[in-house]
Design a protein around this ligand. Structure first.
Ligand code: NAD
Ligand code: UGA
Length: 478
């Protein structure tokens, strides 16, 4: 272990979700002398984090089990005892959900900060002595002001031992992406720390310095840090909408999106990452963070700027819609009572997260049009799909006379009498499907629709199937 230059001995993280769990596990694995307590109001989630079998952790992330195995109940603890965890900590991370507001002022755009506010109140109430409070959640610019105001209202109060409470607030946004979280945490492109209190910034920096080099740690003011997180997500999402818009032109003109992506990505100024066309970005953050940015711009009277960013989301919605309507069109204008296998429901590969997955809108559209769907995903379960599309899994899809769906775990039972396969998530399992074998079970003329460009087109065609690939100007009909 490197020379320890921080005084922090106890950390609390409020929120044991996709960010809180993995981030704290990685901190605990590198800082053995710090006790890390991750707390949540969701008892079921905490129980899963504590479950004996590491296969029952609440989230799936490659490499997560291994990190949990070497830290849990050694210096990493999961519990619902928020009061106790806050009161003994020198540093508290707020890593709670910040979804888009569903009602009231700013509904549909602004972030709902009620969980952040509640967390700040809990810190204000239960902390003792000096506490460094860190925004880990993605937040609108100036949220630190709200947190400071709540904390300062308490700083005059004394805790039980008679010492004054004091706080400093830092912004330390998280840039991990799901499915790659552990690697992103171990080898981040940068760690951003926003704040104005030198002591607290040093403390946090020294924790990260345990495994991250100094040149990757960037100090900014609070507002730059908050805005950088929103901007980074907006820029990433903008690239996806840009390439998706080009995929539609490819289909009209005979160009191939894979070739175009490669050609433009070779320009060093553009770079080759985040240029894969797909069914539209999903995940819990891109849409909500852009809408939040749009809201901020409107609030500050920047109409043209807000319209510019909103278009990224509108294009994304359009991309999803055009996929479901294309499937209907190719299947002779109706999918009523036709069986379609859906390959992948997660919003991307290597995660069990379905939040804002393109599959939600697309499957709902198809079911509404009367299709019978057999949904497969290696990590998502039936209950998640039921909640996401707000429709119960069918007991007997064969005898159902309306749009319905079942979860089909068994790959070998997926292809019987189906009219089409629709690939929505780029799971590795789907890359080497034996089309020559499965095509025999499908009802002809049958289609393979590949929205991720992972399927071997030649093998599909030589198995007697029709092929449609996103952004492929030479789509093939037998
Ligand atoms: P999540 O919904 O998975 O987890 C949040 C957790 O906070 C929930 O388990 C919830 O029960 C808990 N919580 C809410 N209020 C609480 C309270 N008062 N006390 C204790 N627990 C409370 O969310 P997430 O995906 O981990 O995201 C958290 C934040 O991080 C969001 O702001 C998000 O935008 C941001 N973020 C997410 C990702 C990602 O990949 N998911 C990446 C970077 C940043
Ligand atoms: C994204 C960012 O990449 C993270 O840096 C950020 O921390 C995080 O949001 C967040 O703030 O929540 P994540 O949503 O987990 O991470 O996953 P991404 O890899 O960014 O993918 C988002 C969506 O875009 C997925 O649906 C994915 O399939 C799609 N995508 C991604 C494409 O369609 N094409 C691409 O080339 C890349």
């Amino acid at each position: 272990m490197k020379n320890i230059k921080y005084k922090t001995r106890k950390i609390c993280c409020i929120g044991a979700g996709y960010v809180g769990g993995p981030t704290m596990a990685v901190i605990a694995s590198h800082c053995k002398n710090i006790s890390v307590n991750v707390v949540d109001i969701n008892e079921k989630r905490i129980n899963s984090w504590n479950s004996h079998s590491l296969d029952n952790l609440p989230i799936y992330e490659p490499g997560l089990k291994e990190v949990i195995k070497k830290t849990r109940n050694i210096n990493l603890f999961f519990s619902t005892d928020i009061k106790n965890a806050i009161s003994k900590s020198d540093m508290v991370f707020i890593s709670v959900n910040t979804p888009t507001k569903l009602k009231g002022f700013g509904a549909g755009y602004a972030s709902d900060l009620k969980w952040v506010e509640e967390s700040a109140r809990q810190v204000a109430k239960y902390s003792k002595g000096h506490t460094i409070v860190i925004e880990k959640s993605t937040l609108p610019v100036k949220t630190a002001e709200l947190i400071k105001t709540i904390l300062e209202a308490q700083s005059e109060n004394k805790h039980s031992k008679g010492t004054k409470k004091s706080f400093s607030v830092l912004s330390n946004p998280e840039f991990l992406s799901e499915g790659n979280a552990i690697d992103d945490l171990e080898n981040p492109d940068r760690v951003l720390i926003g704040g104005d209190d030198e002591y607290s910034i040093n403390e946090l920096e020294q924790i990260y310095r345990t495994w991250i080099s100094k040149n990757k740690i960037l100090r900014t003011n609070l507002w730059s840090s908050e805005l950088s997180k929103l901007s980074a997500n907006a820029f990433l999402a903008q690239r996806i909408s840009s390439i998706n818009s080009i995929s539609a032109i490819c289909e009209k003109t005979g160009a191939d999106i894979k070739e175009v992506s490669k050609a433009i990505g070779l320009d060093k100024r553009i770079g080759n990452r985040f240029l894969s066309a797909g069914p539209g970005f999903g995940g819990s953050c891109f849409k909500k963070d852009i809408l939040n940015l749009v809201y901020l711009c409107r609030y500050y009277g920047l109409k043209e700027v807000s319209d510019y960013w909103e278009q990224v989301v509108l294009l994304n919605n359009w991309q999803r819609n055009r996929i479901s309507s294309l499937v209907v069109k190719k299947l002779f204008g109706t999918v009523s009572l036709k069986k379609i296998a859906i390959l992948g429901f997660a919003f991307k590969a290597n995660t069990n997260d379905v939040r804002e997955a393109a599959a939600i809108n697309i499957t709902k559209d198809l079911i509404e049009n009367g299709a019978k769907l057999l949904i497969h995903d290696p990590k998502v379960n039936s209950e998640q799909i039921e909640t996401a599309i707000d429709l119960k899994c069918s007991d007997d899809i064969d005898n159902s006379n309306q749009g319905s769906w079942i979860f089909q775990e068994d790959f070998n039972k997926l292809f019987f009498e189906i009219d089409a396969v629709l690939v929505l998530t780029e799971w590795n399992d789907y890359k080497s499907i034996r089309w020559d074998i499965y095509s025999k079970n499908m009802r002809k003329p049958a289609w393979v629709f590949d929205t991720r460009n992972i399927i071997d087109k030649e093998k599909v065609i030589s198995s007697g199937l029709n092929y449609w690939g996103l952004g492929d100007g030479n789509n093939f009909e037998n």
